[in-house]
Ligand binder design. Structure first.
Ligand code: XMP
Length: 327
């Protein structure tokens, strides 16, 4: 079946059998839609695009070209991991583009969150368009759009999570095989597709990446503070086995400073906000309850190891009222 919208009576995919049935159905649909044409996939390395990649590889094999764009807003070690897993282990057609300077130059001085999103989304489309023009005969663009993305853009909570507008000269048709699924269903489908657990249970990461966690106008030094604090947080969650229990956790660095003391000297540095939440479908969320020793240890590491940070704040706000991301 081709679905434009999630039918009201669509059965929640929560068993391997339902996932298998969905996969078989979508493989048929993808084959029908694509024929013998070529497809470009925006492979971020997150759950959604990885599942779409696996589905497309199953359906159309090497008609698929995966493009991994490093927009400079990825987490520490992430581009390297995508190259390792997809380029080497899964043997996908993978093009890696380091577009860091291009994105950060365009974002310089832009503080409005939706403008930042639109710039990042638009630039993404441009980069894909350039690849498509080089690649000859690409008619389709695959995307890991999921159902909450569509609902929230319809509700005006935020602009569409992934796609900006396509350039006039390129007429890509979209392939969005998981667009009626909730996140937990995408994971179920990923498991059934045989993707490794490290990929299927990887926490969601927004398309605009660390760009919406480096609040306001992005600067390279503050972006590094986000990346480094995020890496420490992930390391500590993994060490304590918490990364399987907590749905999403990350750091945010706002663009204001406060006074502090480091090595006996007065500092005037940024705070680092930590957000750790549990949810089923990202529509509502609860703050994760964490052990006090753990909270203190993470605070100690981030304030001592991350240049530019002198304070850690823990965000315990549920959604609603706070969205999961800060921007
Ligand atoms: P919010 O902040 O709306 O987040 O409560 C819900 C989930 O969506 C993710 N998110 C995004 N994902 N592009 C994305 O691909 C975005 O612009 C974006 N904004 C939020 C967020 O990380 C959470 O998992």
């Amino acid at each position: 079946m081709v679905y434009d919208r999630r039918p009201d009576d669509f059965k929640r995919i929560n068993t391997p059998e339902l996932a298998e049935a969905f996969i078989a159905d979508q493989i048929e649909e993808i084959k029908k839609q694509v024929g013998d044409k070529k497809v470009l996939l925006a492979l971020s390395g997150g759950v959604d695009s990885s599942v779409v990649a696996a589905l497309l590889i199953k359906a159309i094999g090497d008609q698929l070209t995966c493009v991994h764009v490093n927009h400079g807003l990825l987490r520490k070690g992430e581009p390297e991991q995508v190259i390792e897993v997809f380029g080497k282990e899964l043997g996908a057609n993978l093009i890696y583009i380091d577009a860091t300077d291009r994105f950060l130059d365009k974002l310089a001085g832009v503080s409005d969150p939706e403008k930042k999103r639109m710039i990042i989304g638009g630039e993404f489309i441009e980069v894909f368009a350039e690849e498509a023009r080089k690649l000859e005969g690409v008619d389709f663009l695959a995307q890991g759009t999921i159902w909450p993305d569509i609902l929230e853009s319809e509700d005006g909570i935020k602009s569409h999570h992934n796609a900006g507008g396509l350039p006039e000269d390129l007429k890509f048709e979209l392939v969005e095989p998981v667009k009626i699924l909730f996140k937990d269903e995408v994971r179920e489908v990923g498991k059934a597709l045989g993707l490794p657990d490290t990929m299927v249970y990887r926490q969601p990461f927004p398309g605009p990446g660390l760009g919406v966690r480096c609040l306001g106008a992005i600067t390279r030094d503050r972006l590094e503070a986000v990346r480094e604090s995020d890496a420490i947080l992930r390391e500590e969650f993994a060490k304590d086995g918490l990364d399987n229990d907590v749905w999403q956790f990350f750091t945010v660095v706002p663009d204001f400073k406060s006074t502090g003391i480091k090595d006996g000297k007065r500092t005037f540095d940024w705070p680092c906000v930590i957000r750790a939440v549990n949810t089923i479908d990202a529509i509502t969320a609860e703050p994760a309850e964490l052990d006090w020793d753990f909270v203190q240890h993470v605070t100690e590491r981030i304030t001592h190891e991350v240049p530019g940070i002198n304070r850690v704040l823990w965000d315990v706000t549920p959604k609603p009222t706070g969205t999961i991301e800060w921007e």
